[in-house]
Design a protein around this ligand. Structure first.
Ligand SMILES: Cc1cc2nc3c(=O)[nH]c(=O)nc-3n(C[C@H](O)[C@H](O)[C@H](O)COP(=O)(O)O)c2cc1C
Length: 401
């Protein structure tokens, strides 16, 4: 049975959600599931904007057929050629013999790489600024490469000011009935997943996101329709500001995240003391994560959120404790920038994790390491307190500075 929602008089949401998938991209835990949004415009001509993942293809087809109510589908706009949005292209081609696919040159190159269905005479290739009239609705295409694949474009519908934004402005999390941002508590229920989605999926491409935001600033947008998560029809500046901050690698909050590793509890003891000292000095909302039990995508998300990080790890086989090394590697791979970091190292015979963490952070742009780097040899002693308190004070100076 169909399950759709109306965006405007002639525009429908025909997507769905998957709550069974454990790992998005077989990598990112999605305990709240994920939605795959697709949109259908009913005008003199009809158009679907992007399809969905194979997990919900049956629901999608029912939604499309119901909404078309016997009419043919004239166009399928493909803003993004990633398979989680493309699984139903062939089904639609087979179902609607006059259907034309709308994409850019790269879209169709990728399509040939992923799929074998024949495309002869069934494609409309668009480039920056091209328009396609459906009757009362006009689609305009804007190339936004690397947000987050090279072929990505956004489609702007000018009569109702709708922006179909591909993966940009999306979020992990299944939608359940409530689809529009004004129907749900975004700050409470969605922001963490939206940030985690941005940071890990799009986060590497801050420059390209900035270029896209610049392009979009010339458009009068009433609704942002992403491929995952809620649709935005109010308070758009809230979301645009988050994207602006995230893509400039500016912290969202002046806040401390303590990200530590520990086998026997000594490094953990040190960061607990440090955090308690910060709290005694008035620092609120300190986030503390054991990085061995926190998925690295959450750690990355915390870096996007917080201005100050405490990284603490034991030395392990003359290297950095593996979970910390993985996290640092991920930060580098995503090109994170501009954070202030306090370091705590531990080791029972030759601690080097502090030096190594510093070296790895040195490869990141705009990362500032606070002194002193606290060096522990196994369990904390009275003599460990002074350097820890010094570090606490440096963090406070920096936070309040
Ligand atoms: C497999 C393994 C390798 C280690 N390698 C080193 C090392 O190369 N250098 C060192 O000083 N300590 C090394 N250690 C010791 C730990 O770094 C040290 O005991 C530290 O205090 C543990 O901190 P924790 O209590 O927070 O787990 C190693 C420990 C283990 C289990």
């Amino acid at each position: 049975m169909y399950c759709t929602r109306k965006l405007t008089e002639q525009v429908w949401w025909v997507g769905g959600s998957d709550r069974r998938l454990a790992l998005f991209e077989n990598l990112f835990p999605i305990t709240r599931g994920v939605s795959y949004n697709s949109y259908l415009i009913l005008d003199e001509q009809t158009a679907v904007v992007d399809t969905v993942d194979s997990s919900i293809s049956r629901q999608f087809l029912e939604n499309v057929l119901h909404t078309l109510d016997g009419r043919p589908l004239d166009y399928l706009v493909i803003n993004h050629m990633e398979p989680d949005h493309c699984a139903s292209i062939e089904t639609l081609l087979l179902r609607f013999p006059t259907l034309k696919l709308v994409g850019n040159a790269k879209t169709f190159a990728f399509m040939g790489q992923f799929y074998d269905f024949p495309l002869d005479g069934r494609t409309v290739t668009v480039k920056e600024g091209d328009t396609l009239s459906l009757g009362g609705h006009t689609l305009q295409f804007h190339m936004t490469p690397m947000v987050h694949w090279p072929e990505v474009m956004m489609t702007y519908e000018s009569s109702e000011k709708l922006l179909f934004s591909a993966d940009a402005f999306g979020s992990f999390g299944a939608t359940g009935g409530n689809l529009f941002n004004d129907e749900l508590n975004f700050d409470r229920d969605w922001l963490d997943d939206a940030r985690r989605y941005y940071g890990n999926i799009v986060g590497k491409y801050g420059l390209q996101v900035q270029a896209a935001l610049k392009k979009l600033s010339g458009l009068d947008i009433a609704m942002i329709c992403p491929l995952h998560g809620p649709i935005w029809r109010s308070n758009l500046d809230y979301l645009l500001n988050k994207y602006d901050k995230w893509s400039r690698y500016e912290p969202e909050e002046r806040a401390v995240a303590v990200l530590y590793a520990s086998m026997y509890g000594d490094t953990e003891n040190a960061v607990n003391l440090l955090a308690a000292g910060l709290a005694d000095s008035g620092v609120k909302n300190i986030a503390m994560h054991d990085i061995s039990s926190t998925h690295v995508s959450t750690l990355i998300s915390e870096v996007f959120r917080c201005s100050h990080l405490v990284l603490a790890a034991p030395t392990y086989n003359n290297g950095v404790y593996p979970a910390m090394a993985t996290f640092l590697h991920d930060m580098k791979a995503l090109g994170l920038q501009n954070r202030t970091v306090a370091l705590v190292e531990n080791g029972s015979w030759a601690p080097v994790s502090g030096k190594l963490m510093r070296e790895m952070l040195g490869e990141l742009k705009g990362f500032q390491v606070l002194e002193p780097v606290v060096s522990l040899k196994s369990a904390l002693k009275d003599s460990s307190l002074e350097p820890l308190f010094q570090l606490r004070d440096r963090i406070l100076d920096s936070l309040n500075g």
